[in-house]
Design a protein around this ligand. Structure first.
Ligand SMILES: [Zn+2]
Ligand SMILES: [Zn+2]
Length: 323
């Protein structure tokens, strides 16, 4: 009899796939439900495809056996190989759609939005160019396919009895987690990661929205929604054995980081980009998108705590302490 060593929880199997990205390998999961389900696919490279094929074979499955693919969010390390499963039902959050479908209008509006945002936050032209180059690089590793089923808060999933959807936006606007009530298991995508704090990446408004979501504030709300989880299986790294403790630590660290940013600001009035350079003097040129998201996210948090305020001078936002 085949011994399934990859079983991480009853009927759930973990597979780790290499990516060319800094984040390292990505975890995808097989759930043996009424329909054989793959949660996330790994990135679109030949190497990732080979590894996924070989690992599935160890479980005695082929790509053609997969009946349902659920994508936890739209990032390329999670959706890249989804084209290989065009025979299966593809399910994800509504906001994964424009990314997977390559919606040109969406991409144009997104680019315009970010140009304006960066100008309003005092970001240098050369850094904007770096961010655009890096975005284009990541998009190479993604797939083009339609979504058959859109998933939202509380949805039960056909073919996966006992599992339901928790919307957990923050890291990505499309981020969902899958929860199994019977044993409190969560497949969390990048919402909860044991060894790194997930970046609450700034995104443009989606269809029907007019303003950018305040992603760190959203992320904190999404963390609080998962305090009851018993065990979480992440998109990267090891399982989270004590989700409540990790969530409380993350929430606390965000407050501490926000306060450190307030101290850095001192009595000055600075743009978020000026603060970003002081916070990440080495990293801001290497990972400009992520470091700006971190800075702006924590400034949003400080504003919400009424610790700093933003003043708009000649269409540029500058932050200062609230007296
Ligand atoms: Zn991600
Ligand atoms: Zn990821």
């Amino acid at each position: 009899m085949l011994v399934k060593t990859k079983e991480v929880a009853p009927s759930v199997y973990g597979i780790t796939i290499p990516t060319p990205f800094l984040v390292g390998p990505v975890n995808v999961y097989i759930i043996e439900g009424e329909r054989l389900t793959l949660v996330d696919t790994g990135v679109k490279t030949e190497e990732a495809k080979r590894v996924l094929e070989a690992e599935l074979l160890e479980l005695d499955y082929r790509f053609s056996d997969i009946e349902l693919v659920i994508l936890t969010h739209h990032h390329p390390d999670h959706i890249g190989l989804v084209e290989e499963f065009d025979h299966a039902t593809i399910a994800s959050h509504e906001k994964t759609k424009p990314w997977l479908e390559g919606d040109q209008r969406f991409f144009e509006q997104k680019n315009d939005f970010f140009r304006e945002l960066y100008t309003a936050h005092g970001v240098d032209e050369n850094i904007v160019a770096l961010i655009e180059k890096s975005n284009a690089y990541y998009l190479k590793y993604t797939s083009r396919i339609g979504i058959d089923v859109t998933l939202s808060e509380g949805d039960r999933i056909e073919g996966l009895p006992g599992w339901s959807v928790i919307e957990t936006p923050g890291h990505a606007q499309s981020q969902i987690s899958l929860y199994r009530e019977r044993d409190g298991v969560l497949i969390s995508g990048d919402h909860l990661i044991a060894h790194i704090s997930s970046n609450a990446i700034i995104e443009a408004p989606y269809k029907g929205e007019t303003e950018r979501p305040k992603t760190l504030l959203q992320y904190r709300d999404s963390l609080k929604k998962c305090l009851h989880v018993k065990r979480a299986f992440s998109g990267h790294g090891k399982p989270v054995e004590d989700p409540k403790a990790l969530i409380e630590e993350r929430l606390q660290k965000q407050i501490e980081k926000a306060k450190a940013i307030k101290n850095l600001l001192g009595e000055e009035t600075l743009t978020s980009f000026e603060l970003c350079k002081r916070l990440y003097p080495q990293m801001y040129t290497k990972q400009p998108g992520l470091t700006l998201s971190e800075t702006l996210g924590h400034l949003d948090l400080l504003e919400e705590m009424n610790e700093v305020k933003a003043v708009n001078e000649n269409s540029v936002y500058r932050y200062c302490k609230v007296d």
